[in-house]
Ligand binder design. Structure first.
Ligand SMILES: [Mn+2]
Length: 209
C-alpha cells in the first residue's frame, strides 16, 4: 500500500487584513512533521499555491524551505512533490531544483514544450513504498497558464471554451506520453485548476461494502 498525503494552497507569506499568518504556518508545519511520521507517508504532495505571492519575501521563503528540510529529515524516504499554482512564479519555484532533488523533493513550475511536444518526463515522479521499490507514480502538473497550453487558436473549430479544450488536450497528451513509462503501476495525477462540476469520489474503504 502506498500512503500519499495531499496538501495544497499553503500560501506561505500570506497576511490577512495586515496580520502575518506566520504563526499559523509554523503550527501547521509542526503538526505536518508529526503526521508524516505517524502515518509513515510515502509521498507528500503540495499541489500549488506554495507561496501567496509571485515575489515572496525572504522570510516567507526561509519558512517554506525550513519546513521542507524538517519534513524530509523527519521522514527521509518520503518523496515530496511540489507543483506551482496560479499564485506561484514558475521560475522562482524551480530555481532551487538541484538542491531540492538532493532531498528527494521534485518541483514542477510549468509545462514546457520542445518542437510542439510536451516535455512529459518532467512531470513523472516515481514513488517508492516502504520496501524501497517504486510502487506508484505521481503525474505532477502545474497550474496551466496560457503559455503552457497548446496553441489555442488551433482549437477554434471546436465548441465550448478553447481554454477548457486546451487543458483537456494537455492532460491527454501527458497521459498518452507517460502511460507506457509507468510499468502498469497505479498513478495519481495532481494539478492546480479551477474546476466546475467535479464529482467527489466515494473513497476507500467503502463505507457500505
Ligand atoms: Mn490558492
Amino acid at each position: 500500500m502506498i500512503r500519499i498525503l495531499h496538501t495544497a494552497d499553503w500560501h506561505v507569506g500570506q497576511t490577512l487584513r495586515g496580520f502575518s499568518r506566520e504563526h499559523e504556518h509554523r503550527k501547521v508545519f509542526d503538526r505536518l512533521e508529526e503526521i508524516v511520521v505517524e502515518r509513515n507517508v510515502d509521498a507528500l504532495i503540495i499541489a500549488g499555491d506554495v507561496f501567496d505571492s509571485q515575489n515572496p519575501s525572504g522570510e516567507a521563503q526561509q519558512l517554506f524551505y525550513n519546513a521542507l528540510v524538517r519534513l524530509s529529515r523527519a521522514q527521509p524516504r518520503m518523496t515530496i512533490v511540489i507543483v506551482a499554482g496560479n499564485h506561484d512564479a514558475a521560475g522562482r519555484l524551480e530555481a532551487p531544483r538541484p538542491l531540492l532533488e538532493a532531498f528527494n523533493i521534485r518541483v514542477v513550475g510549468n509545462v514546457r514544450r520542445h518542437d510542439g511536444r510536451v516535455e512529459a518526463a518532467r512531470h513523472l515522479v516515481p514513488i517508492a513504498g516502504a520496501s524501497g521499490a517504486v510502487a506508484a507514480n505521481v503525474l505532477a502538473v502545474s497550474y496551466p497558464t496560457a503559455a503552457c497550453l497548446p496553441n489555442l487558436t488551433r482549437l477554434d473549430g471546436e465548441s465550448g471554451s478553447p481554454v477548457v479544450a486546451g487543458v483537456r488536450s494537455l492532460y491527454a497528451e501527458l497521459l498518452d506520453t507517460l502511460r507506457g513509462q509507468m510499468d502498469g503501476l497505479p498513478f495519481v495525477l495532481t494539478g492546480h485548476l479551477h474546476v466546475a462540476g467535479g464529482i467527489e469520489s466515494e473513497g476507500w474503504p467503502d463505507p457500505i461494502g
